[in-house]
Ligand binder design. Structure first.
Ligand code: SAM
Length: 288
């Protein structure tokens, strides 16, 4: 078995199949065995698990996942890489299925149900940078029973997703991710661990799904509308941001009444509020 985490083996596959990296697909392949081992350790994979890998590339991380998991589903958009995965780099593993698809267009819940409904499902991936956030949100919002995501992302994105209220990195996406999961950074990964080398540093981010919701919300859509409006108008007070925000449809008076019920000052800024504040505000507006 030629492990692709060893740079010479990756170079040999690239040359054998005359592969040129597809920038449009965010192709930066891992070439560092220590980082690969760290990802697998952080994901805490066992033989009971179904692992969904998004973007296997030529199969570098997939080889490690196949050795640790019960089953692996590898979803790759680049059809030129499929025969390489199936007939060469993953051919020694009988617990992997390669799917040629755009993950953003897949019904993940259905695929899990078809392949391994009884297993614990974990997503593990070295994500393409250009669509990191849409992929993370797609998995979290899909309703698929995914218990954790362990993903390589741009370092700034990892920091943003685990930011605290009132810090410059804190944003609507932070709250959306923290609504579903507890984020933590398992490792920082420098640019030279990839081929080709990206222009940014990366981090392995673990998102562990909450077993039960952190906050009770009567109308999730309204809460997310409040969060989006509050960060769209970051420089305005929360009250002004919300009174002109999309899909909120409440007068300033109604908003003020809800603020008062939640103990919020009319001059408060949204970026200082936590998830429980937004949930309380959404609930107060539902009742009002
Ligand atoms: N897992 C490999 C590794 O670690 O070396 C490759 C990671 S590379 C950063 C990202 C991979 O995601 C590429 O193989 C790319 O073709 C694939 N990809 C990009 N967009 C995708 C999408 N929408 N759906 C599925 N795969 C995608």
């Amino acid at each position: 078995m030629a492990y692709l985490g060893i740079p010479q083996n990756t170079i040999a596959v690239l040359q054998k199949y005359n592969i040129s990296f597809q920038k449009k697909f965010g192709q930066n392949f891992l070439i560092d065995t220590h980082v690969l081992e760290k990802i697998v350790a952080a994901a805490d994979i066992t033989r009971d698990d179904l692992v969904i890998e998004i973007g296997p590339g030529i199969g570098t991380l997939t080889q490690y996942l196949c050795e640790a998991a019960g089953e692996v589903l590898a979803i790759e958009i680049d059809r030129n890489l499929i025969p390489i995965l199936e007939n060469d780099t993953l051919k020694d593993y009988d617990n992997v299925t390669v799917i040629n698809a755009d993950v953003l267009k897949l019904d993940l819940a259905k695929i899990i149900e078809e392949h391994a409904p009884k297993r614990f499902t974990k997503v593990v991936a070295n994500l393409p940078y250009y669509i990191t956030t849409p992929i993370v949100m797609q998995v979290l919002e899909s309703g698929a029973p995914v218990e954790s995501m362990t993903v390589m992302v741009q370092k700034e994105v990892a920091e943003r997703l685990q930011a605290k209220p009132g810090t410059p990195d804190y944003g609507a996406i932070t709250l959306a991710v923290q609504y579903y999961t507890t984020p933590s950074i398992a490792a920082n990964v420098p640019m030279n661990c990839f081929m080709p080398r990206p222009n940014v540093d990366s981090a392995v981010l673990c998102l562990k799904r909450h077993l039960k919701p952190q906050v009770e919300v009567k109308d999730e859509k309204l809460m997310f509308a409040l969060i989006r409006a509050s960060f769209n108008k970051r420089r305005k007070t929360l009250l002004n941001g919300l009174s002109t925000g999309d899909n909120i449809n409440r007068t300033k008076e109604e908003l003020l009444k809800a603020f008062e019920e939640c103990g919020l000052s009319p001059s408060v800024r949204g970026e200082t509020l936590g998830l429980s504040d937004f949930a309380a505000l959404a609930n107060a507006l539902c009742e009002g």
